[in-house]
Ligand binder design. Structure first.
Ligand code: CNA
Length: 254
């Protein structure tokens, strides 16, 4: 790490490109920070995170939903709408491009906004769920997410509807356990736009031989990473994609 701190921005880009080119399997782990440039606030950015306005553990928990659905939906619906209306930015596009060229095995994301898929990423594991649908907590009937805008009671049995996102207090979904398997043989994990504060996802870097971090604020993993950027993820990845050029990686399928 000490040696890495002495590298300037250009040197670090060169090092990151080299790590990617030498890696037999590179996976990206993304967080809310990759979508801030699409206009969706993250939770923990020092000045602008939603965390400064409310505590996610309190308002985005399964207990809060059961206790007081009105307040739960009042707090959460607005930022979910923001997620559904947002457009992919250069970070999402760069990762889709890297996958297409075979440099990236796929993306494990904590985000619920679906922007990786909309940018063209094919292999995405949504370890905190998504906003495409919701379900009845009583009879399990599935509805499109738009249904929640009407009201949050099941037409079928009158039960309470909940979104298919992982709320604080929920068990982890199947995608999380698939993501752990995806990490098998991972040589390089690109951690992008995540504070690495939320477990168990924050433990995934342990499953990679090498780690590169692109995150504005420092993370608990910075001291153990091969390269760390406290810069905009779109800026760094645009440069990486430029330097990879037309070359293709180990997962290129033609
Ligand atoms: P977080 O804890 O809010 O951390 C985000 C990190 O991204 C911060 O440390 C910032 O410094 C950094 N950051 C912000 N913008 C940029 C940028 N342009 N370039 C580089 N770094 C940047 O978010 P995590 O994902 O780590 O926490 C996990 C939570 C947040 C998950 O449960 C998500 O569901 C939840 N979340 C998701 C979204 C979304 O889907 N877009 C939005 C807000 C929160």
């Amino acid at each position: 790490m000490e040696r890495m701190l002495q590298l300037d921005y250009r040197d670090k880009i060169e090092l990151l490109v080299k790590l990617i080119k030498n890696s037999a399997k590179t996976v990206a782990l993304t967080g809310a920070g990759v979508s801030t440039e699409s206009g969706i606030p993250d939770f923990r950015s020092r000045d602008s995170g939603l965390w400064n306005k409310f505590r996610p553990e309190e308002v985005a928990s399964i207990d809060a939903l059961k206790r007081d659905p009105d307040t739960f939906y009042k707090y959460n619906f607005k930022w979910w709408q923001g997620c559904l209306q947002a457009q992919p930015n250069e970070t999402h596009k760069a990762l889709a491009e890297m996958e297409k060229k075979g440099w990236l095995f796929g993306v494990i994301t904590q985000n619920i906004d679906g922007l990786h898929q909309r940018a063209g990423s094919q292999k995405v594991w949504e370890v905190h769920g998504h906003l495409r649908s919701c379900r009845c907590m009583k009879c399990k009937k599935e509805y499109d997410m738009e249904r929640l805008a009407e009201n949050y009671w099941c037409h079928h049995c009158g039960g309470l509807l909940r979104p298919n996102v992982v709320l604080f207090g929920d068990p982890m979904p199947e995608d999380y356990y698939t993501a752990e398997k995806v990490m098998t043989g991972c040589q390089l994990l690109l951690v992008i736009g995540s504070s690495l504060q939320v477990y168990p996802v924050a433990g995934l870097p342990y499953l990679s031989r090498q780690v590169a971090i692109i995150n504005y604020d420092p993370t608990p993993w910075d001291d153990n990473a091969q390269v760390v950027f406290h810069h905009s993820s779109s800026e760094v990845l645009a440069e990486v994609v430029k330097q990879l050029g037309d070359s293709t990686g180990p997962y290129f399928v033609g």
